[in-house]
Design a protein around this ligand. Structure first.
Ligand SMILES: Nc1ncnc2c1ncn2[C@@H]1O[C@H](COP(=O)(O)OP(=O)(O)OP(=O)(O)O)[C@@H](O)[C@H]1O
Ligand SMILES: [Mg+2]
Length: 354
């Protein structure tokens, strides 16, 4: 049996995370059940990555390099995630044509659709469906346009670590691949990853991502609001926010902090909700049925309940490991406990074989 091993690398604002998956015959697919063989997580110093974009190339490169030395990943080809506000994802319908032709014609098709010059952008297209029209079949899909700067900032850090970024993929696509598996393949679900600075929303219908939003807010914004309200340093504010949560009764000395948390969280929840409302209005009768939450920021006590109340939908904690087998030496109680932070790295490795 031929086995394929793919490594996904997620460079986040607070941590880099790498996951190596092994696939049996047929390689990666939405119904394959991969095996997690290696996993590495390294914390980054504040400022090394800003809003999903590497600022300190050497710092991030060394952290990745250390992961490779410590965890002994089996090769150096990685699928790298990108995704922040500077990446544009939008609907684009095209006449039906082979994907290779789509890729070569994209620069000519999209000049008016993206806010940056085509020469400064890296373009990709994910076909999501076909509809009939008078003129013939129309391919529906998502156009992804990332500025070259954003992509090279991250690929350069990977290269500093001595690795090869063979595929660059949208983190939101990875998120949907990791979470919209199994039973979710029969439904329309929203997967929401609340990070430190970036919240990624993917509406996924029967396993196909149909709408993507990257929102510029996350757990770090909540921590900063608490620090400002209580006039305390960020590390103390981090602890305080976990104690206060959102939507609970608070002690009088925490009232101001609780108010600030509510302000930040409600703006974020509203933006998430708007994405789903917009999706439902353009897909009547086929809106989101269920929300899955991942990312460190999703652990804020009360956040899931708040989102459920705002969207009137069931919200559950995403458990990406349910969709995998885990090799014994890669398993640890901490891995299971913190699996909500791994969805993007796992989903990157679930993409095309690197
Ligand atoms: N138990 C917890 N309770 C509340 N918040 C938490 C908890 N654990 C982690 N967080 C928050 O999660 C955030 C980090 O999440 P995560 O590790 O998913 O982000 P990241 O991937 O590094 O960043 P990004 O995706 O935004 O680039 C931090 O703001 C942290 O405060
Ligand atoms: Mg993240």
């Amino acid at each position: 049996m031929t086995k394929t091993r793919v490594i996904g690398l997620d460079i986040g604002t607070t941590h880099v995370r790498a996951a190596e998956l092994e696939f049996g015959n047929g390689g990666p697919s939405l119904t394959a059940r991969p095996r997690l063989v290696r996993l590495g997580v390294a914390q980054l110093p504040p400022g090394a990555v800003r809003e999903g974009e590497v600022v300190e190339r050497q710092t991030v490169g060394s952290a990745i390099k250390r992961l490779w030395t410590e965890q002994k990943f089996s090769h150096k080809n990685v699928v790298l995630g990108i995704g922040n506000q500077r990446v544009v994802v939008r609907d684009l319908d095209l006449p039906a044509m082979p994907i290779a032709q789509v890729r070569s014609s994209l620069p000519f098709q999209v000049a008016d659709l993206i806010p940056v010059a085509v020469d400064d952008a890296i373009l990709d297209y994910l076909p999501t469906g076909v509809r009939q029209s008078e003129g013939g079949d129309v391919m529906q899909g998502l156009l992804v346009a990332a500025t070259k700067d954003t992509v090279t900032a991250n690929t350069a850090a990977v290269e500093v670590a001595g690795l090869r970024p063979v595929i660059v993929d949208l983190s939101a696509f990875a998120l949907s691949r990791a979470m919209a598996r199994g039973e979710a393949l029969e439904h329309t679900v929203a997967v929401v990853d609340v990070g430190a600075r970036v919240t990624t929303v993917a509406v996924v219908a029967r396993g196909v991502p149909r709408m993507i939003r990257m929102l510029p807010s996350g757990g770090q914004d909540v921590t900063e609001a608490v620090a400002a309200a209580l006039q305390i340093p960020l590390d103390q504010a981090e602890i305080a926010k976990r104690g206060i949560g959102v939507g609970f009764a608070t002690a009088p000395e925490h009232e101001r902090a609780a108010e600030q948390i509510t302000t930040v969280v409600s703006a974020l929840i509203e933006a998430i909700r708007n994405t789903m409302v917009y999706y439902a209005s353009s897909h009547p009768g086929a809106g989101v049925e269920h929300v899955m939450l991942t990312g460190g920021g999703s652990q804020l006590p009360g956040l899931g309940q708040y989102l459920s109340t705002a969207t009137r939908l069931p919200v559950s904690a995403g458990q990406p490991l349910d969709n995998l087998d885990v090799e014994r030496h890669a398993a640890s109680p901490r891995l299971v406990e913190e699996q909500y932070t791994l969805a993007i790295a796992l989903g990157l490795a679930m993409g095309a074989a690197a």
